[in-house]
Design a protein around this ligand. Structure first.
Ligand code: C2O
Ligand code: CU
Ligand code: CU
Length: 523
């Protein structure tokens, strides 16, 4: 097996692996908040139920991106970008405003026709909305080539094909997605469909997990060093549902907790402060066959995981914390290089934890539940279903010439090469092979695939992987998959009927912006 490409000293420095920055293998820009350093939450959110009309009718929305002010840290005003939305025609409950910089949560219905008039009201910068995870035609997908300048608009008109689940929307202009998302442009999109045996109404809550760095005057600090660009930007403050120190009131019964990894680059390992296992019921919007019990949960940028959490055994007034640890690793070919620089070889990740959100338990009578089963029936997608079962396509992730690449190439606009060309309605095996020193969460637009294999292409990072592996849930479908350094991850991807170009990319937004993005073309 070929060793991962050696990287130059200049590249190592760009990754922040200079003598002072090389702290073991968990090189992380900006140290994560320590437990206890977070101000105790003073604002406790009370969830409210969404009351959608019983019958589905067409929906017409106006959504705009604009600049504004928000309080991320209590008492401090921060200039942000944000989405606003209004219902022009249709169910008024389709748009649920947020009280932070986050865009309103959009409640859409399976089979619903949705029209969206998007207006770019930003002071500068082209933008466009991408509906992450929705299966849509190319001109509805919000691709970089569709971005519109300030003062201009884009009109969408599509039918929601996805079944019920947790999605999100965010900008996608080439080279500026990271900054626009970081400044606040993102929102949840919940598809409502056939009813499922999961807690609903007030017991259906969502947490958008992000991180930010605020300067002393309250402004947002974004990428400022080459290291931020190469590693991806990591904020020093955990921000959940748009605020630092988020807390939410819960009753003593089971909840559906929808999680979105809304970070630019931080991959998180989530646990409960009670030490209880987590029950995952859906991944990237798709219900699992049965709840999967894990000791902790890995959530990369753009991934969603819906949890089932039963608070019935908690005592009134308990504060149960959702803890998060960053999982950065730099390894592979870097391991040898780092030893030269005084750092250790691959080892278990330290997994320091900080609080992402607090559940404040109420004093209602307990109503215990049991973990749900027989939820969804995602397609099996066996390797033998693939048209290239004998010859999987290989997409090699590397870092060369100070940039992250896919098969040696970067974004070239609306083009796809032969390897990237697929036939509508077929299943293909794709392998992402990571010969770079960093983990990459790889995403395909509008496709839910099955992870059918994960093996080692080169040695060096097994120990760090072993420390988070139990939290990787891949028994259902995903649209974003974590590819650890040294790994070969095999996917069975069912390509749809929409012809045209669709992007696939690393969802570390700084990598995507720097060109770690290509298209697949459906013919
Ligand atoms: Cu969240 Cu190109 O996607
Ligand atoms: Cu997407
Ligand atoms: Cu990446």
């Amino acid at each position: 097996m070929p060793p991962p490409a050696a990287i130059t000293r200049r590249e190592a420095l760009a990754l922040g692996l200079g003598a002072t920055a090389a702290a073991g293998l968990s090189a992380c820009t900006g140290s994560p908040p320590k437990p206890g350093t977070r101000p105790s939450p003073t604002v406790v959110a009370t969830p409210s139920a969404v009351a959608l009309e019983p019958t589905v009718r067409d929906l017409s929305l106006r959504i705009w991106a604009e600049s504004g002010e928000a309080q991320i840290r209590e008492g401090v005003s921060t200039t942000v970008h944000r989405y606003g939305a209004e219902v022009l025609d249709g169910d008024p409950a389709s748009v649920a405003p947020s009280d932070s910089y986050l865009g309103p949560t959009l409640h859409l219905r399976t089979g619903q026709r949705v029209r969206v008039h998007f207006e770019n009201r930003l002071p500068d910068g082209a933008s466009i909305i991408h509906w992450h995870g929705l299966d849509l035609p190319q001109d509805q997908d919000g691709q970089p080539s569709a971005a519109v300048e300030p003062g201009s608009s884009y009109d969408y008109d599509f039918v929601v094909a996805n079944a019920e689940g947790t999605y999100w929307y965010h900008p996608h202009p080439h080279m500026h997605t990271g900054e626009q998302v970081y400044r606040g442009l993102a929102g949840l999109l919940v598809v409502h469909g056939e009813s499922v045996e999961l807690p609903s109404g007030e017991a259906d809550i969502a947490l958008v997990l992000q991180d930010r760095t605020l300067t002393s005057d309250g402004s947002l600090r974004y990428v400022s060093t080459m290291q931020d660009r190469m590693m991806g930007f990591v904020g020093d403050t955990l921000v959940t549902n748009g605020v630092e120190g988020y807390a939410v009131r819960v009753g003593r019964r089971p909840y559906r907790v929808r999680l979105l990894g809304g970070t630019n680059s931080r991959t998180q390992y989530l646990t409960l402060s009670t030490g209880e296992p987590l029950h995952v019921v859906a991944t990237d919007g798709v219900l699992l066959p049965d709840a999967v019990r894990v000791p902790g949960l890995v959530l990369t940028p753009a991934q969603r995981s819906d949890l089932w959490i039963d608070f019935s055994s908690a005592r009134p007034g308990d504060r149960i914390e959702l803890l998060t640890a960053p999982t950065f690793v730099v390894g592979g070919g870097m391991g040898m290089m780092m030893r030269g620089m005084g750092a250790a070889a691959d080892e278990a990740l330290p997994l320091p934890t900080a609080v992402a959100a607090t559940f404040v338990v109420g004093d209602d009578a307990p109503e215990p539940g049991t973990p749900p089963s027989r939820l969804g029936a995602p397609p099996a997608l066996a390797e033998s279903d693939a048209v290239n079962a004998e010859a999987p396509k290989e997409f090699v992730l590397t870092m060369a010439h100070m940039s992250h690449r896919i098969n040696g190439r970067q974004w070239e606009g609306l083009v796809a090469d032969e390897l990237e060309t697929v036939r509508a309605g077929t299943v293909e095996l794709w392998e992402f092979v990571n010969r770079s020193p960093m983990a990459h969460p790889m995403h395909l637009h509008g496709r839910h695939f099955r992870v059918v294999g994960r093996s080692w292409d080169s040695a060096g990072t097994e120990a760090s992987w072993a420390s988070i592996e139990a939290g990787v849930v891949e028994s259902g479908l995903r649209d974003t998959v974590l590819v650890w350094p040294g790994q070969r991850v095999r996917l069975a991807v069912p390509f749809g009927e929409h012809r045209g170009h669709f992007t696939y990319h690393c969802h570390i937004l700084e990598h995507e912006d720097a060109g770690m993005m290509r298209n697949f073309r459906v013919v």
